[in-house]
Design a protein around this ligand. Structure first.
Ligand SMILES: [Zn+2]
Length: 605
């Protein structure tokens, strides 16, 4: 590829940046809601790639190498001992002004916004990082060797924590060179990256030339405790991986999971509304505005033409912005429920579905992992949500209550991703029904879905989860079938997909089998329900409630307790690295907080 063309300048893809006002207007015409995303004080650059095309039907996990931890720690010690030989050059910061381009007029390059770094010549192979796009969250990139970079993620707004999700791009690659990236401010004590998971990547060149969408890549992957001390005690963790890129001067996106932005959702909903076959089956309504002023919509799906009495079902997702797979499953559920199949018709004739597809829009836009712009985990606010601080939770709770007044509300489910366990499973609530009917729906799911693991389900009521949707709504509204659906970021550890990463095909299977399980659960003959009730009886699952403790859900436990003592490392990783004046910690110094803009006032409000 040429170094400088109409499309590229110095190895950087121009389409990453706004070229002209006309280009902006063009985007706006196509997608009026895009560019009105609010929240941060920096511009959101044109959108990141959506293209997912499974060239490999199923991508295998990697087999962790026995010596990888030792090797990674050795590299870490070398970096500390030879700190004065490292380049330590900040080549990207999403908020600080760039010393490299501060005197350059963007118009010189026909652009409106410039990258932080512009290579000096064709020989300058410094990578050009970017994350100022929707859901992007790289704060800083520091070049430490020619082909090695330390990366620092932006914590969730108004928190000092919650680094787990990552999404950024890099340009000006050189092919067949081994690059290494170290994300050095992770906070969880353990990660699926040590159990076979690989990061997701996207090559602009590969997508264009070979129609390859997002794919798993990387080798020599390791997640370990580093020597950077956290203010509140304990240490940070590093995710390190090496990767070879296939093309020169390519632009690569790297993410923790398939990105799913608010823009993607808006486009999807627009398409849904304008589909002539579907528009009579679904109504799109406004729920409320978020703190930043983005509009949160909900859907009502059902057969609105027949007067038959219908039961109510409420499904929500993406309360945790980093759990993007929840949005894919939600989209497939909506597709199924509004579709043409016989089963979808049965569901619409017998149920009214109320669906809130994205509960934490501001978090999604700003690249948060867990919290909203008030800096709180919205899935701990369901007991008494605040109208101003947690508007989407407040209004969704009203919606659930109203549905309950209108009709028999038989099922509530909130969809999540799980960062430590493999498989698909559910959390429910035990206690109100001596027959343990809350087990029935998850067991029906197990029968319908090849990656659903009933043994990973948990029905325990944990004190620190009282504010979650599942427990709060179960207590207040006595909905027996009140669940969290959890999906691993990685893949399954049993069955035909063992050792493979989850992909869109599997998300589709999960969504469809969830819908089919609703039919099984409520069909008049109750054939399958009787079978699983028998199974519950026979296997004395009724008395197993206490044993669930071994399986207690850790959804959210990652950060809800910030006591480092609670976050014990596995023994073999508790190697204290030598303390050194020039430790890596110096790289996180001088990170000032990124301010938020007040919400934009919209007309008529
Ligand atoms: Zn979650």
């Amino acid at each position: 590829m040429d170094f400088n063309t109409d499309e590229f300048f110095y190895g950087i893809n121009k389409s990453l940046y706004y070229k002209t006002e006309e280009q902006k207007n063009e985007i706006k015409k196509m997608d009026p809601e895009y560019l009105t995303r609010t929240g941060t004080d920096f511009v959101l650059l044109p959108n990141s790639p959506d293209f997912i095309n499974h060239n490999e039907p199923f991508e295998p996990m990697y087999i962790p190498k026995q010596t990888i931890l030792e090797e990674s720690l050795r590299r870490e010690i070398e970096r500390i001992c030879f700190a004065d030989t490292l380049l330590n050059k900040v080549v990207f910061d999403c908020a600080d002004p760039s010393p490299f381009t501060k005197d350059v007029d963007p118009a010189t390059y026909g652009l409106e916004v410039l990258p932080y770094y512009i290579p000096q010549s064709k020989e300058d192979s410094t990578l050009v990082f970017e994350s100022r796009f929707e859901s992007g969250n790289l704060r800083r990139a520091i070049q430490i060797c020619d082909y090695e970079y330390n990366l620092i993620l932006k914590p969730d707004y108004y928190t000092t924590m919650n680094t787990q999700w990552f999404y950024f791009s890099l340009s000006n690659t050189r092919k067949d060179v081994e690059y290494r990236f170290n994300i050095i401010n992770m906070m969880k004590p353990d990660s699926l990256y040590n159990s076979g998971m690989k990061p997701l990547m996207y090559s602009e060149w590969g997508a264009k030339q070979k129609k390859i969408g997002w794919f798993r890549d990387g080798h020599e992957i390791c997640y370990y405790q580093n020597n950077m001390k956290r203010k509140n005690g304990g240490f940070y963790y590093t995710l390190t991986f090496a990767v070879k890129f296939q093309y020169d001067f390519d632009c690569i996106y790297i993410a923790h999971c398939y990105p799913y932005t608010f823009t993607h959702l808006c486009r999807y909903l627009k398409q849904l509304e304008s589909d002539p076959a579907k528009k009579n089956r679904v109504k799109r309504k406004q729920l409320c505005q978020t703190i930043a002023g983005n509009m949160c919509d909900f859907l009502i799906i059902g057969d609105f033409n027949n007067g038959k009495e219908k039961k109510g079902i409420v499904i929500t997702s993406r309360v945790h912005p980093g759990e993007t797979m929840a949005s894919y499953v939600m989209e497939y559920m909506i597709d199924f429920l509004t579709g043409n199949t016989h089963e979808a018709r049965i569901l619409r004739e017998n149920f009214i579905f109320k669906i809130v597809p994205m509960l934490n829009i501001d978090g999604v836009v700003n690249g948060n992992y867990r919290c909203n712009l008030a800096g709180v985990d919205l899935n701990r606010q369901w007991i008494d949500p605040n109208k101003k601080q947690h508007p989407t939770i407040y209004h969704t709770k009203q919606l659930v209550k109203k549905t309950k007044e209108e009709r028999d509300l038989v099922l509530f489910c909130d969809i999540h991703g799980h960062s430590r366990k493999k498989n698909i499973f559910m959390y429910g609530c035990s206690g109100k029904d001596p027959n343990r009917k809350e087990l029935v729906f998850p067991m029906l799911n197990r029968n319908n879905c090849s990656v659903f693991s009933f043994k990973d389900c948990c029905f325990l009521l944990q004190k620190d989860r009282e504010g979650s949707a599942r427990i709060a709504l179960w207590r207040e509204l006595s909905i027996i079938n009140c669940y969290t659906l959890e999906m691993s970021f990685c893949g399954a550890d049993f069955g035909k997909y063992e050792y493979f990463h989850f992909n869109l095909d599997i998300y589709k299977e999960i969504a469809q089998s969830f819908c089919l399980s609703i039919i099984d659960c409520y069909e008049p003959e109750q054939i399958k329900v009787k079978q699983v009730l028998e199974e519950i009886e026979q296997n004395s699952l009724k008395n197993q409630q206490k044993d669930d403790k071994n399986n207690s859900g850790d959804e959210g436990s990652d950060y809800s307790n910030d006591d480092p003592k609670e976050q014990a490392m596995p023994q073999q990783q508790q190697i204290q690295l030598q303390n050194n004046d020039q430790q890596l910690g110096s790289q996180t110094k001088k990170l000032k907080k990124i301010p938020l803009l007040p919400p934009k006032k919209k007309k008529g409000q």
